[in-house]
Design a protein around this ligand. Structure first.
Ligand code: NAD
Length: 356
């Protein structure tokens, strides 16, 4: 197989974890005799530094001309005070919008070897295997009116949570279809007791559900879901929700696994998917060679599966991760007594050794 991948390392630990993922890709090429052509592109802080904008037109063009995008992380304190529209995050939002990616898939699976790494009790997290499907291009992150204006002596900040039937339908469908490939349980999360937009969300999801009678649908308020994710996370199979709620709940689900450094994601919808770790650029540990590269390597595994249909190769990476963890190797974020703490590069090498 021959494919073209655009690689956006980004900022902070983004560059460190991407380096390891690309070395894993080298090994996959060698063992399975594929050819993955790579082209680098800039976005976020790196793009602001190089070009003055968070998403240069050339980057979007490169992404559109490739088969998939692998991204590290964007952002950092250096650009925090940039004006709206000129922050690194605008690079990511622009990429998602430009590629028509409206669905973000975030699996949270507990690796057996890491059941003790969670802050929750082993019996609560053992066996957790859930998927959060987050709407990605609508809702309050894009809704208008937005902004901060003067009202007499006061300033007023406004953002708008807005969803159209078509947007809810298509993300609900992704949720139902994902559930069909798993345990056939779908939880739709909203705040329908307070928000009209959530009442519409609930009505439309219920309606889409008529085409999926084999999937068990239930609705949860977001506050209850936040609680249930901690109290009894095993009850969840697929969770479908809005952009804002999904952003928060997926980070909460991340912590079930022990570290945000373990969580991969896929953003789908158009022809070209973006694969990236759930975590950010972690400026507090950037340059220290201690970042966990597993989320990014697992994102690469998702790319091979979802964009290229390479199930065997994807499983080989997943299996290598399981094997390294079973052998007792941990990055600093998963530090555990009696286990061996390794750095970013060494974790990459240990995984590569076990691929194929
Ligand atoms: P973060 O995910 O970067 O870091 C949160 C905490 O988790 C930090 O203590 C960090 O050290 C730790 N952490 C994250 N990834 C890790 C890894 N792979 N290994 C070990 N530890 C890890 O979130 P934040 O601190 O809120 O944000 C930092 C910057 O990243 C901000 O500029 C933010 O806007 C940006 N950000 C970008 C993305 C993205 O590119 N998709 C996502 C979230 C945040």
């Amino acid at each position: 197989m021959q494919k073209k991948i655009t690689v956006i390392p980004g900022d902070g630990i983004g560059t460190e974890v991407i380096e390891q993922a690309l070395l894993v890709l080298d090994k996959i090429e060698k063992v399975y005799r594929h050819r993955f052509e790579r082209q680098e592109a800039v976005a976020g802080g790196a793009a602001l530094n190089a070009t003055g904008v968070p998403l240069p037109a050339e980057t979007l063009e490169r992404c559109k001309a490739s088969d998939a995008v692998l991204l590290g992380a964007l952002g950092g304190p250096k650009w925090d005070s940039n004006p709206p529209g000129m922050k690194p995050e605008n690079g990511l939002l622009g990429l998602r919008a430009g590629l028509g990616l409206y669905a973000n898939l975030r699996p949270a699976r507990i690796y057996p070897a890491l059941a003790n790494a969670s802050t929750l009790k082993r019996e609560v997290v053992e066996g957790v295997d859930l998927l959060i499907v987050r709407e990605l291009t609508g809702g309050i992150y894009f809704g208008k009116p937005r902004g901060v204006s003067k009202e007499g002596e006061e300033e007023v900040g406004v953002n708008t949570e807005i969803y159209r039937t078509s947007e809810i339908r298509r993300i609900a469908k992704v949720g139902f279809e994902a559930a069909r490939k798993r345990r056939r349980i779908l939880t739709s999360v909203d705040k329908a007791n307070v928000l009209e937009v959530s009442q519409l969300w609930r009505r439309v999801v219920t309606d889409v559900g008529k085409d999926f009678p084999d999937v068990e649908l239930s609705h949860l308020y977001v506050d209850n879901c936040a609680m249930q994710l901690i109290a009894n996370p095993k009850q969840f199979d697929v969770v479908v929700t809005s952009n804002l709620f999904g952003d928060i709940l997926s980070d909460e689900a991340a912590m079930l696994t022990g570290s945000i450094g373990m969580l991969p994601s896929a953003s789908l919808g158009g022809n070209i998917g973006i694969y990236e770790p759930v975590h950010g650029s972690a400026p507090d540990i950037a340059g220290k060679e201690i970042a966990n590269p597993i989320a990014t390597i697992a994102s690469l595994a998702m790319m091979l599966k979802y964009s290229f249909g390479l199930q065997k190769e994807s499983d080989a990476i997943e299996q290598a991760i399981v094997s390294v963890l079973e052998a007792g190797y941990r990055t600093a974020d998963l530090k555990e007594e009696g286990k061996t703490t390794v750095g970013t590069k060494q974790m990459g090498e240990l995984i590569i050794e076990r691929v194929g």
